[in-house]
Design a protein around this ligand. Sequence first.
Ligand code: NAD
Length: 473
Amino acid sequence: MVTPTLTIPQLTIGGRAVAGAGTLPVIDPSTGEPFIEVPAASTAQLDEAVEAANRALPAWKATPLEKRQQVVRDIAEVIKANIDELALLVTMEQGKPLANARGEIGASLRQVDFFGSISLDPEIIKDDETGRVEVRRDPIGVVGAITVWNYPILAAMFKLIPGLVAGNVVIVKPSPYTPVATLRLGELIQDVVPAGVVQVVAGTDELGPALTGHPGVHKISFTGSVPTGKHVMSASASSLKRVTLELGGNDAGIVLDDVDPAAFGKDLFWAAFSNSGQVCAALKRLYVPESKLDAISEALAAEAATVVVGPGLQEGVNAGPVQNKPQLDRVRQLTESALAAGGEAFFTGEVPDGPGYWFPTTIVRGVEEGNPLVDEEPFGPVLPILTYTDLDDAVARANNTDYGLGASVWSPDLDRATAVAERLEAGSVWVNQHPVVTATVPFGGAKQSGIGVEGSLNGLLAYTNIKVLSVKR
Ligand code: NAD
């Protein structure tokens, strides 16, 4: 196990490292004990950040696109040079294995690869002897980026990079559960961004409403739960802030009856259990043909048996703890509700002895809709397997939810799978994979799983206002 030496990161306000008005203890989920205290911003300090952002905005939005893109490429270089430290902080605060923390940070750099060279040319609607009409894309202004604890750096970079490239200035507010790596990122990149263009303020949950209600903030890009997303939207209405909401999901996967379970078991398993199930668009309900229940359950269990749960800094571990205590309690309650209703714990993995937010890799059978484990989003390492005899019925059950983030269909017959995929109501529907989220492809939720998308040109345009320039000749 690595013995880390930690630098305590500060808030970044107006280009300076600033101590907080208070402090925030951050818990290592593999011990359940605080491992660091980071500064917590007061709402007065948030006001200072919003003022600094508005001071920095005119110069940044007047900076040519190519220069803004050079700055985000410089940010990527700083991250690459400091990836060991950032990955260590992600593992310590989030719990995931160190290799996965490095993977998260590496994946976040794909934002720079894509947005760092994208073009944002005006759209010419008309250009003739009577006149010229073009559609330009202006930055929105000050963006509040509110992130969550499952992928702290990735979620921040998903917002920061397109926000900056589009000409906005960004205030990042990480989750109180995982502020450390994001604060450190804010400090590290100050040498390559003008003062006030990227600020990071951490603090308690009161900072979120202060940001969403602030009249000096013009857009909120939020990743988190559906209930909080609704608060964000309603608070943003006070000054008609633009919102992008990336919310929760309860993704269904449907396995068709022509699947060879042994060939698909590994991918199905990791679709549900990557990052210990703490993935917004993880597979969260698996529908299998009744005739294949045993074979598919066994294929999943065979892969589950390869999982080594433990502290993320320990060699050989490929799954970490649940990130926080309320989430652990929730996963426990949902699993217990299923077992109390007659569900069968078909597979239950091993967890370390002792403290820490451990929950075993768990596969549950024999539960139906109406049980909270099926109807709600567990966001942890537990998967219910449900059966169907009629494919239309499986599609209807998969769609019978207010969530609509992702969904998947599994079959060697790609035409047949695609036809089923077309009937699933979700922002992304995958065939023989689940989930796939990249910088180049739009990702967002249907129904109550969100508003707007991240990634792709669509994600960039969400950080702009349309401005029409119309000239009469
Ligand atoms: P949460 O909604 O409680 O918190 C998310 C963030 O919102 C935190 O930074 C928190 O401090 C802040 N916050 C809390 N109250 C606020 C308020 N009133 N106004 C503004 N901000 C406020 O998130 P959670 O429930 O701990 O996170 C898990 C959820 O996030 C799951 O539902 C998961 O699916 C979802 N998620 C979605 C995506 C996606 O891209 N769609 C990605 C990751 C996680």
